[in-house]
Write a protein that binds this ligand. Structure first.
Ligand SMILES: Cc1cc2nc3c(=O)[nH]c(=O)nc-3n(C[C@H](O)[C@H](O)[C@H](O)COP(=O)(O)O)c2cc1C
Length: 205
């Protein structure tokens, strides 16, 4: 089993967010990780456009810093989030994932737990397709995919976001709906779950 880096183990919360909603989920999920005593590292990825490479600043103006290959390589677990774009993850995150073939070749992420999360403007606008397709590259990396079990009562009670495949938020047509109490509780639960799995798998390794 691939070991995390020699420094203190951490769960990586990696996300892209254009308008802040996926970032809100990421913060709560990170808090769930921390509630287990596990360290957390929050990272984002740059936007992409045809002139991406020449126009980007090396560091973002605010918020989380950009994820490096080493941030990903050395994590003990991963929580990856993206807004839904046409029922799929957003291009900036996919662009970053597509740069990780070196990690795939070395098996750096194999046997580490991973979960996914998303935000959408419409309730039935593709949350589940986004979450399931986000899982695919992580499975190729050999990660142990962790959803959200129904023992979290909020999953049965929610009338907005939250799925067994991972956390989701229904942000509304103007992307301005607040996270519901159910969504908040499920974010914490997802962070905790991946952190607990990361600790257990580290001990196995
Ligand atoms: C190009 C594009 C495609 C989108 N596709 C969908 C979609 O398929 N389903 C949906 O419900 N919302 C869709 N949205 C809306 C975003 O998923 C939604 O506003 C999300 O909450 C934004 O997250 P953010 O605040 O983290 O950027 C799309 C937005 C853009 C810009």
């Amino acid at each position: 089993m691939t070991q995390a880096h020699a420094s203190k183990p951490y769960v990586l919360v990696l996300y892209y967010s254009r308008h802040g909603k996926t970032a809100e989920l990421a913060k709560l999920i990170a808090r769930g990780v921390e509630q287990t005593g596990m360290d957390v590292r929050i990272r984002t990825v740059p936007p992409v456009s045809p002139d991406t490479d020449s126009s980007l600043p090396a560091v973002p103006e605010d918020g989380a810093v950009y994820c490096s290959q080493d941030d990903l390589r050395h994590c003990a677990g991963l929580l990856m989030g993206s807004p839904t774009r046409f029922g799929n993850m957003a291009a900036p995150l996919k662009y970053f994932i597509d740069s990780t073939s070196g990690l795939w070749l070395s098996g750096a992420l194999a046997d580490k737990p991973a979960g996914v999360f998303t935000s959408t403007s419409s309730l039935h606008g593709g949350q589940e397709s986004t979450l399931l397709t986000m899982a695919l590259p992580l499975l190729h990396h050999g990660m142990v995919f962790a959803g959200l079990p129904y023992k979290n009562a909020e999953l049965s009670e929610t009338s907005t976001g939250g799925t067994p495949y991972g956390m989701s938020h229904w942000a509304g047509a103007n992307n301005d709906q607040r996270l519901s109490d159910h969504e908040k509780a499920l974010c914490l639960a997802q962070g905790k779950r991946v952190a607990i799995l990361a600790k257990a798998l580290l001990q196995e390794g």
